[in-house]
Ligand binder design. Structure first.
Ligand SMILES: [Zn+2]
Length: 175
């Protein structure tokens, strides 16, 4: 039921929120499944570590991701007249399944994607840093080889694009 990030590191979903703040992991014909046993609700028959919160008791919805990210609450209001998308309020009849409406689910999906954006950008930095460090090690090796072959610090500095003095300071006492 979830959304998976391109790098497979994140799985998000639009979770239903129980009155005690717990989030749904799934739903069944009986209601919304939340993890943990408090004694306030019936335990699920298939999953004994989960309780079944009746659909009519669900107080809202929020984004969730298995990385721990949680979106802001979308509040469930008691009448269609008080529903207001701009105020994050939506109405779902107490007689229906308490899953988020398509509109709210789409909005939560967008919020989840916004949560991924900086993480994906940082992954780009990570890849570039890895290449940068590899290139740095290759540079050190080739400088050492050039020096061993008899090149001067002037020649090496010119090849790198720095002064003789800088090349000397950077590599002279590396060995
Ligand atoms: Zn995540």
């Amino acid at each position: 039921m979830g959304w998976i990030s391109n790098d497979n590191e994140h799985e998000g979903w639009a979770a239903a929120v129980a009155p005690d703040g717990r989030l749904s992991s799934s739903s069944s014909g009986q209601g919304i499944l939340v993890e943990g046993i408090t004694g306030r609700y019936q335990p699920d028959k298939m999953l004994p570590d989960y309780e079944v919160v009746p659909d009519r008791e669900i107080v809202g919805w929020r984004g969730a991701c298995d990385c721990g990210w949680r979106g802001e609450l979308w509040e469930r209001v008691p009448s269609p007249a008080t529903a207001d998308f701009s105020l994050r309020r939506d109405y779902v009849s107490p007689d229906e399944f308490a899953n988020a409406s398509t509109t709210v689910e789409d909005a939560i999906h967008d919020e989840w994607k916004v949560h991924l954006a900086p993480l994906e950008a940082v992954a780009g930095v990570e890849a570039a840093a890895r290449e940068y460090n590899q290139a740095g090690r290759r540079l050190d090796k080739t400088v050492a080889a050039a020096k061993a072959a008899g090149a001067s610090w002037t020649d090496i500095g010119r090849a790198v694009g720095i002064s003789r003095q800088s090349a000397h300071e950077r590599w002279a006492d590396r060995h």
